[in-house]
Design a protein around this ligand. Structure first.
Ligand code: FRU
Length: 487
């Protein structure tokens, strides 16, 4: 009898423990070998493009192409996450499910798109004072559509008048980016499509609307593929001057003018990221005027995450601006200042001369898997110099190499043209468990790559070959995991 009582107490205890553990995140959950510690990943499964980036009432929303059923592309839904600061992300339930097309009984999966705040209740769905959030998305094979939320993005309904632009099997249209054009007081949609059933006509079509539901085609520019975005940016060294920038899916861009109906290029197409993993860029809409930044994020397409429960990560968000140089206008991209919130232990060096062949690595004081490094070098007589990141005793780390004669920066198989300024080079590096992003010469060139460093290879090395190098200044900040509270 006593034994039975004892047994049932044990059983009750064990099952209480099981219930408790299954409803709380598993311990050590976000500490997997290749789990980014300050870049967004879904808890599990496949993701691709960032979608529906919109700021509303203190929250940055990010939706993303998501397959809830597996680790490969397919079954596209819109996953959802929010953040108060663009670095700490809270995972929310799936926002958009595929549409059922009752006529042909096919499922139209939820492809990429954008989101805005319906400030003036044009869709007529507003409840009380809470503005409606509108998502414009491509329903695969079922046209461009609207979904709306009357509760700060927590739940979503499909608009009954869908599709707002019907499906056309010849044009492959997708990825609507909707934004307000103040001078004409109209809404504009940039939509990737072909004007004829011929890949040569691939590009961006512009549509305009007064009510967000009826859209009129206005113009088309060829030479673009997927996920367009069009933003107006300040030219920071020419006060008062602004330019429009049309982005392609791979982050490359053309600077020009936009009159509300068509885009007039003023430059050729330029690369904004020279890495292998920068795709499907999008900028946040509705960022408050007193902030005024244009903030972009991208999917790190092609990244590898061996044995991880998830497949995919976003870049760290970056702030965009334009600068005018002697050769013309150029996009400048810098990591958002919120990175500073994650700064942990700080180590710094000043005016250190590095001599080739001598084994006195000044970085031997630091070790870890997540770092923000800001360095300025005087090339002096060096032929080439750089870093070994995530270097280990057994495995050499990832080399970041500046070749002085060629004027190139190379890392993980990507090469970036980079001119020294007064014989100086600046490198700002974000190292996470599965990615390296390098912002060179104050954001003039960026290279974003995924990598899979060896476990416990936590050292960093600075080296020079051929001649002397001066580290004018180097700051290394250990980065704290944004998931710390969840672990
Ligand atoms: C870009 C893209 C988009 C499309 C989505 C589907 O990566 O191909 O054009 O909407 O992904 O997941």
């Amino acid at each position: 009898m006593i034994f039975m009582k004892f047994l049932s107490t044990i059983i009750a205890g064990v099952s209480a423990l099981l219930i408790f553990t299954s409803s709380t995140p598993e311990k050590g959950y976000y500490s997997e070998l290749y789990r980014p510690q300050f870049h967004f990943t879904p808890e599990k499964n496949w993701h691709n493009d960032p979608n529906g980036l919109v700021y509303y009432k203190g929250e940055y929303h990010m939706f993303y192409q998501y397959n809830p059923y597996g680790n490969k592309w397919g079954n596209m839904h819109w996953g959802h996450t929010v953040s108060n600061d663009l670095v700490h992300w809270e995972h929310l339930p799936i926002a958009l499910y595929p549409d059922e097309n009752s006529k042909d009984s096919v499922f139209c999966t939820a492809f990429s798109g954008s989101a805005i705040v319906d400030e003036h209740n044009l869709l007529g769905k507003q409840e009380g004072d809470e503005k409606t959030l509108l998502a414009f998305y491509t329903s695969q094979h079922c046209g461009q559509r609207i979904a709306y939320s009357t509760n700060k993005g927590r739940t979503w309904e499909k608009y009954e008048g869908n599709p707002i632009i019907p499906f056309d099997e010849n044009d492959d249209a997708r990825d609507p980016k909707v934004f307000r054009h103040e001078p004409t007081q109209k809404w504009v949609m940039a939509l990737y499509r072909k004007t004829e059933n011929d890949d040569i006509t691939r590009g961006v079509s512009f549509y305009v609307s007064e009510n967000l539901v009826d859209w009129e085609w206005k113009s088309h520019i060829v030479g673009f593929f997927e996920c367009p975005d069009l933003v107006q940016l300040p030219v920071t060294n020419r006060p008062g001057e602004k330019k429009w920038v049309l982005f392609d899916g791979d982050g490359s861009y053309i600077i020009g003018d936009f009159d509300g109906e068509s885009f007039s290029p003023e430059t050729g197409k330029m690369k904004s990221d020279f890495g292998k993993n920068y795709y499907a860029t999008q900028t946040w809409s509705n960022i408050p005027e007193d902030d005024g930044r244009t903030i972009q994020i991208a999917w790190m397409r092609g990244g590898k995450f061996p044995d991880m429960p998830f497949n995919g990560q976003m870049t760290f968000p970056s702030e965009l601006s334009i600068e005018k140089f002697s050769f013309g206008y150029k996009l400048i991209r810098k990591p958002i200042k919120e990175i500073e919130m994650l700064h942990g232990k700080h180590t710094s060096w000043k005016n250190e001369n590095i001599i080739p062949g001598i084994n006195d690595n000044i970085l031997k004081k630091i070790s870890g898997d997540c770092y923000h490094i800001i360095a300025e070098f005087d090339i002096k007589t060096s032929d080439n110099f750089g870093f070994m990141l995530r270097h280990g005793k057994k495995d050499a780390g990832t080399e970041v190499l500046y070749n002085v004669k060629r004027g190139t920066l190379s890392v993980l198989g990507s090469t970036v043209p980079l001119q020294a300024i007064d014989n100086k080079i600046k490198l700002e590096i974000l190292v996470d468990r599965a990615s390296v992003e390098i912002y060179a010469n104050d954001g003039q060139a960026v290279v974003s790559n995924c990598f899979t460093p060896s476990e416990k290879a936590d050292d960093f090395v600075i080296f020079t070959n051929g001649g002397e190098l001066e580290v004018i200044k180097l700051d290394a900040y250990k980065i704290e995991s944004v998931w710390a509270e969840e672990n």
